[in-house]
Design a protein around this ligand. Structure first.
Ligand code: ZN
Length: 107
C-alpha cells in the first residue's frame, strides 16, 4: 500500500482559528467542538487520509463528467441533436457512482 494519500507525518491536523489552539488529530476536532471550543472555527492544515481520498475520487468523477459533457456538446454543436433532445435523454439516466463502481470492479 502506497502512502500517497497519507497525512504529512508529525504535522497537526488543524488549528483553531478562534483560540489559536493546535488540533493534533481529526478526533480532537470533535472533542474541541464538544468541549470548550463550541462554535470555534478550525482550519484544516493536514487532511486525514479519508478526506484526501474522498477529494481525489470526487475530482476523478468530475473530470470524467466534464469530458462526457464536452463530447456531448460537440455533437450538439454539429447539429446531431438539439438541446431539448439532450435534456430529455439525460433525464433517463439514473446513475449511482457507487453502483457503477461495484459493477466495474466485479467484472
Ligand atoms: Zn478553539
Amino acid at each position: 500500500m502506497s502512502n500517497l494519500f497519507d497525512p504529512t507525518p508529525g504535522q497537526d491536523y488543524g488549528l483553531c482559528k478562534t483560540c489559536n489552539k493546535p488540533i493534533p488529530t481529526e478526533d480532537d476536532k470533535g472533542k474541541h467542538w464538544a468541549g470548550d471550543g463550541e462554535g470555534h472555527s478550525i482550519s484544516i492544515l493536514n487532511q486525514s487520509r479519508a478526506d484526501r481520498i474522498e477529494r481525489h475520487i470526487q475530482q476523478e468523477i468530475e473530470d470524467a463528467l466534464q469530458s462526457a459533457f464536452s463530447a456531448i456538446d460537440d455533437y450538439l454543436v454539429r447539429g446531431h441533436f438539439t438541446e431539448e433532445e439532450v435534456t430529455k435523454a439525460m433525464q433517463t439516466i439514473h446513475f449511482e457512482v457507487d453502483d457503477g463502481w461495484r459493477e466495474y470492479s466485479n467484472e
